[in-house]
Design a protein around this ligand. Structure first.
Ligand code: FAD
Ligand code: NAP
Length: 338
């Protein structure tokens, strides 16, 4: 296994933050993962697993071992008349898995097309977009405990999925490395068209008998037009989660801001669009030094070049403060901060 020392992490995070790690090791299998976790030199070091680095903000040098996950493989492990179980290695690029499923007409993740990053990070925040969430097709996962190298199995319930949340983002954060995940997908896909932008596009193209490939293509096109490409402008997608409020708070806000939108959630709360709140506080498209809120999607904070993680964090805190002052709402970070 190749272990690099004193490495810049600029190419390991999509914000493009140039901090250093004491060491970086790339692993291609579960056995290599165990091997590196057993390595005596790193026994007592801090460890950070990264996939695509598209949901992290690095605010300082990492005094430990970064494990770059490249565990590959996509396999059908079981099927019946209507569903199929697909297992994917945690280092597989998420969009490659989506394309594999679209090519085989296995439905359930086509609305999640073009989300950057790897399969293994997807359960962490129960990735979601355009009305689909990982938890709706998630069957199980396996992984290794960092401390004692035991292998553990999690079914859907044990993952404690929530809105952009799971057990792996909470009590197991940094303690468990996911090595593969299994999804249950439909052989006769049901198209999910709840989001206005997808519906509008289908009408515009006058598509009949819409397929999951159509949906995937549409989602890719919308995303390419609206989201900053991390290879050009550093970013980690939405910086904050959409906040949830109760109906009383929503009614109160609606009186002052009749144009506010709210979406009913399974837990009885109402989800507000964090991007709308940020826009109302005049942050959309605003640049402060090397950082800013993206002009086409205010929820995305960007590195225009040369920014430090601390600069991004400072902007995030200023945005949070102004939202609290104006609306009395606390935004929580979606991005994992180190
Ligand atoms: P990383 O950033 O490498 O890691 C994220 C966290 O997961 C870290 O804490 C890391 O330690 C941990 N981790 C990574 N791999 C493992 C593993 N194998 N085992 C245990 N822990 C692990 N997210 C959405 O939900 N929906 C979207 O629509 C969406 N759009 C995006 C658009 C853009 C332009 C960008 C840049 C990001 C977007 N994201 C979106 C966020 C991000 O792509 C997802 O959260 C993605 O799942 C992160 O994958 P990653 O491999 O890059 O994770
Ligand atoms: P949008 O369509 O402008 O909508 C703004 C917000 O309203 C979204 O955050 C979305 O919540 C919510 N929303 C819109 N229609 C909804 C509906 N029918 N039912 C429930 N909620 C609805 O959003 P966008 O910025 O262009 O993003 C489009 C999709 O891509 C969203 O699902 C978004 O989550 C996803 N995305 C995520 C990231 C990330 O890093 N997490 C980055 C870019 C895009 P949800 O966010 O809960 O869907």
């Amino acid at each position: 296994m190749n272990i690099l020392e004193n490495v810049s992490l600029k190419n390991y995070n999509t914000f493009g933050i140039d901090v250093k790690a004491k060491a970086v090791a790339e692993i291609f299998s579960k056995d290599e993962l165990k091997e590196i976790l057993l390595f005596s030199e790193f026994k007592n070091s801090k460890k950070l697993v990264v996939g695509g680095g598209s949901n992290i903000l690095l605010t300082k040098d990492f005094d430990g071992l970064v494990i770059k996950n490249s565990i590959t493989g996509i396999n059908i492990i079981d099927e019946d008349k209507s569903t199929v179980l697909i297992q994917a290695g945690s280092g597989v690029i998420w969009h490659h898995l989506v394309l594999y499923c679209v090519d085989n007409n296995f439905g359930g993740i086509e609305n999640l097309s073009l989300i950057p990053g790897t399969v293994g990070a997807a359960p962490l925040q129960n990735i979601g977009a355009y009305g689909q969430e990982l938890k709706d097709v998630f069957f199980s996962l396996k992984g290794i405990c960092v401390n004692d190298l035991t292998e553990k199995y999690f079914n859907n319930k044990k993952c404690e999925f929530g809105y952009r949340d799971s057990i792996f983002k909470n009590e197991l954060k940094g303690k468990f490395v996911i090595t593969n995940i299994t999804l249950r997908l439909k052989k006769n896909p049901v198209i999910s068209l709840n989001y206005a932008s997808i519906k509008e596009e289908i009408e515009k193209l006058n598509l009949q008998n819409v397929t999951i490939r159509d949906v995937s293509n549409i989602v890719c096109e919308i995303r390419k037009g609206k989201l900053p490409d991390p290879s050009i402008i550093g970013n980690a997608g939405s910086f904050f989660k959409n906040p949830e409020v109760d109906i009383f708070k929503f009614d109160e806000l609606k009186k002052d801001y009749p144009d506010i939108s709210g979406y009913n959630m399974d837990n009885g709360k109402i989800k507000l669009a964090a991007g709308w709140l940020i826009e109302k506080c005049q942050w959309k498209g605003k640049r402060v030094g090397n950082v800013g809120s993206y002009s086409k999607q205010s929820l995305i904070l960007v590195n225009y070049g040369g920014a430090t993680g601390k600069e991004i964090l400072q902007l995030a805190n200023e945005i949070k403060n102004s939202i609290y002052d104006k609306f009395g709402i606390i935004l929580n970070e979606e991005v994992n901060i180190y």
